[in-house]
Design a protein around this ligand. Structure first.
Ligand SMILES: C[S@@+](CC[C@H](N)C(=O)[O-])C[C@H]1O[C@@H](n2cnc3c(N)ncnc32)[C@H](O)[C@@H]1O
Length: 266
């Protein structure tokens, strides 16, 4: 096993030529669920919102349009794609959610999608995010969850997705099992009105999910070659399957959880 590195240093680096396309495909898969859950939870036009690890910025841009009387602070360790978004209520900041401080009791909504599962410090980050909520404020976390993969009926695809999970765990410390515990981590941090749901989109027919996993396998392939070369036949077969119109499977789920900071402590 190689030494632990941080997200984006090498694995999932924004400098990789296909990374923006990968994030845009990911957003195409996930944005519908994100918007629906936020609207069901009562998103209001005056809310001050924090979007953590905003990536290509599709959620930040949409949120900015939903809060004409509020604000959105979109943060990421790398803001190259966020700076191009032009919205009057949106502010972009380069910020490391592990290392940098956050204002306390500041936000009506804090949202992070596909970020905390990749951070070994996720529990301390969760505590920080909870403190940044105003009393009564809403926290929503979305993460990739690996539990559907084991039931897959296509051995090469199943093995390739397991290889994604183990490569991310060995390199940057991703835990794709953690989201299976939702919403317990929010309860442990004192949030109330907690709950969770899971979205498992079909991956196939060259849809956005198929494109996203194809990019992810291509990105990770050199590290798999280094760490677990025995998985490469399955990875290459999965890449061929993902390019076929008639192929469909289930990959990772998106697990979503939410909760509120108590309005009156104690
Ligand atoms: C898988 S992408 C998800 C992007 C976006 N949230 C979405 O769902 O479309 C993860 C994002 O988290 C960012 N990220 C990783 N580590 C971070 C950290 N320590 N602090 C802030 N952002 C981080 C990455 O740069 C990347 O943009």
């Amino acid at each position: 096993m190689t030494a632990r590195e941080r997200y984006g240093e090498s694995v999932l680096s924004p400098d990789w030529h296909g990374e923006r396309e990968r994030l845009v495909a990911m957003a195409e898969v996930a944005d519908g669920t994100t918007r629906r859950v936020l609207q069901d939870l009562g998103l209001r036009p005056h809310w001050d919102c924090l979007e953590v690890g905003a990536g290509a910025g599709t959620v930040a841009a949409w949120l900015a349009g939903q809060v004409p009387d509020g604000s959105v602070l979109a943060t990421d360790v790398d803001t190259r794609w966020l700076r191009a978004i032009d919205a009057p209520t949106l502010r972009v900041a380069e910020h490391d959610i592990v290392l940098d401080p956050l204002p306390e009791s500041a936000f009506h909504l804090v949202h992070a999608r596909f970020v905390l599962e990749h951070l070994p410090e996720r529990d301390a980050v969760l505590a920080k995010l909870c403190r940044s909520l105003r009393p009564g404020g809403l926290l929503m976390i979305e993460s990739i969850a690996s539990f559907p993969i084991a039931s897959g009926g296509t051995p090469a695809f199943r093995d390739a997705m397991h290889a994604v999970e183990s490569t991310l765990a060995a390199t940057i410390g991703t835990d794709a099992g953690w989201p299976r515990t939702f919403p317990s981590p929010l309860l442990a941090h004192g949030l109330t009105e907690v709950s969770a749901s899971v979205h498992v989109p079909a991956t196939g027919g060259r849809n956005a999910s198929a494109r996203c996993w194809s990019h992810t396998l291509t990105q990770l392939r050199p590290r798999m070659l280094e760490l677990t070369p025995e998985v490469l036949p399955a990875v290459d077969e999965a890449l061929r399957l993902l390019d076929r119109q008639e192929f469909f499977e289930l990959a990772f789920a998106t697990a979503v959880c939410w909760g509120r900071r108590p309005a009156h402590p104690g």
